[in-house]
Design a protein around this ligand. Structure first.
Ligand SMILES: C[S@@+](CC[C@H](N)C(=O)[O-])C[C@H]1O[C@@H](n2cnc3c(N)ncnc32)[C@H](O)[C@@H]1O
Length: 181
């Protein structure tokens, strides 16, 4: 994930929102020449504690807020970029979360997202469907079978570009998405 994080996060600019920041692994990769400030959100208290430590060492100012992506406490059309890595597999309401992201992005603002998603090969998708009840139970509500590309589109994003890679075999294809509001 490190090269992917570097490349994706390095494209964020202006006033940035990071959703589901986890323990703050992305914070080191923000480019201070491009980024004014990052508002990072994360619902989990334990993750937030680690994220606070990483935020103090980050190359850009980072403010942390405890909140889920489905309820973002920010004004409409506020951010230039939104960064989101490996979050939508575990969000309770992905469509609502992506609609919230779209709401807080300025017109022309960029969503930069990487997720593991539903396999294209029907047999592999079937295996993902079988595994998902277990991954939800034991891996923090992680769904291996989500079609997040489709949900990004359903939330109203445009000019969607995507790139697929398969670092953990065909059962966990990774997709990098850039989309504008
Ligand atoms: C696999 S971790 C990824 C963390 C981080 N983005 C990264 O790339 O290292 C998934 C994260 O999504 C967060 N998450 C789960 N449900 C969420 C929600 N509804 N809104 C925002 N974040 C959520 C979890 O708390 C967790 O920190």
């Amino acid at each position: 994930m490190e090269p992917i994080r570097k490349e994706l996060v390095g494209q964020a600019k202006g006033l940035v929102l990071e959703v589901g920041a986890g323990n703050g692994l992305n914070f080191a990769y923000y480019n201070p020449a491009l980024v004014e400030r990052v508002e990072a959100t994360e619902p989990d208290s334990a993750m937030l504690r680690y994220a606070r430590t990483r935020a103090t060492a980050a190359p850009v100012p980072i403010k942390l807020t405890q909140t889920p992506v489905e309820q973002l406490p920010f004004a409409d059309e506020y951010f230039d970029s939104v960064v989101c890595t490996l979050v939508f597999c575990s969000v309770n309401d992905p469509l609502k979360g992506l609609q919230e992201i779209r709401r807080v992005l300025k017109p022309g603002g960029q969503l930069l997202l990487v997720e593991h998603v539903r396999a294209r090969v029907p047999f592999n998708a079937f295996i993902q469907d079988l595994i998902t009840p277990l991954t939800r139970l034991f891996l923090g509500n992680c769904h291996w079978n989500r079609n997040t590309e489709q949900t990004v589109q359903a939330a109203g994003f445009q000019e969607i570009t995507r790139e697929r890679s398969m670092p953990v075999g065909e059962l966990m294809p990774l997709v990098t998405i850039q989309a504008s509001r």
